[in-house]
Design a protein around this ligand. Structure first.
Ligand code: CTP
Ligand code: MG
Length: 230
């Protein structure tokens, strides 16, 4: 298998409420993005990595992240965009050469394992598109923004928390992004763009440990996970 990984890491981390941007927040001596890239580097399916960073942060990423790591995979840095899907699209523009699968993994998910990455890439080879997911633990209710009461309870056994990695055949991912741009479709992940185009996405087992570091409480959780996972 010959997979290229795209790592969106160009967000501003509004929910984290810190001065330091999320990918560069240090956990146990290393920026979060170092853990993420090291995990991707261990996956047998991945031959190269394209990282999307905030425009102007290219040197920061080289200095604070890449310089600390000795990665087997080739790494290229591109400038991200306003929304996550713009960052992924910019990274898609930097794809060179043939690959079987494009694997997308959030820079803010440092605890992914090579097993999850390779499992997701293999599922995409078979199904065209695949995403890691876990069963939701909370009861989820739907309520429109601004509405004060009467949420609609949803059946928990039907609900899945969608994670990254997500993996796609390159033609499907390119078509989904083109379709989204033409139709003004917005989504917080790439599997949603594929589903919006009417194509199926396979769910593969993610992990509860594969958290997206999003709020200050997640930093505490991440520190604890680092101690237990080693
Ligand atoms: N991301 C990106 N480009 C953007 C927005 C997000 O590459 N314009 C990346 C983030 O850096 C992160 C991943 O997409 O690795 C998932 O996004 P999220 O957790 O929402 O991070 P932020 O957008 O940075 O956080 P927030 O939404 O709280 O501002
Ligand atoms: Mg965001």
């Amino acid at each position: 298998m010959n997979a290229v990984a795209i790592v969106p890491a160009a967000g501003s981390g509004v929910r984290m409420q810190q001065n330091c941007k999320k990918p560069y927040i240090v956990l146990a001596g290393q920026p979060i993005l170092c853990y993420t890239l090291s995990a991707l580097d261990l996956a047998a399916s991945i031959r190269s990595i394209i990282v999307a960073v905030s425009p102007g942060d290219e040197e920061l990423c080289r200095e604070q992240v890449l310089r600390r790591l000795k990665l087997r995979a080739g790494v290229c840095i591109v400038a991200g965009g306003e929304r996550r899907q713009d960052s992924v699209r910019n990274a898609l523009g930097a794809l060179t050469g043939d690959c079987d699968v494009v694997l997308i993994h959030d820079g803010a998910r440092p605890f992914v394992t090579s097993e999850i990455l390779d499992r997701t890439a293999r599922a995409a080879l078979v199904c065209g598109a695949a995403t890691a997911a876990v069963a939701v633990k909370d009861t989820i209710m739907r309520m429109a923004p601004g509405v004060q009461a009467c949420p609609e309870p949803l059946a928990r056994e039907e609900l899945h928390a969608i994670q990254t990695p997500q993996a796609f055949r390159p033609d499907i991912l390119a078509a989904a992004h083109e379709h989204a741009r033409d139709g003004g479709v917005q989504a917080t992940d790439d599997a949603s763009l594929v589903i919006n185009m009417g194509l199926p996405v396979a769910l593969v087992a993610g992990a509860y440990e594969n958290i997206k570091v999003t709020t200050p409480a997640d930093l505490v959780h991440a520190e604890a996970l680092l101690k237990t996972l080693g």
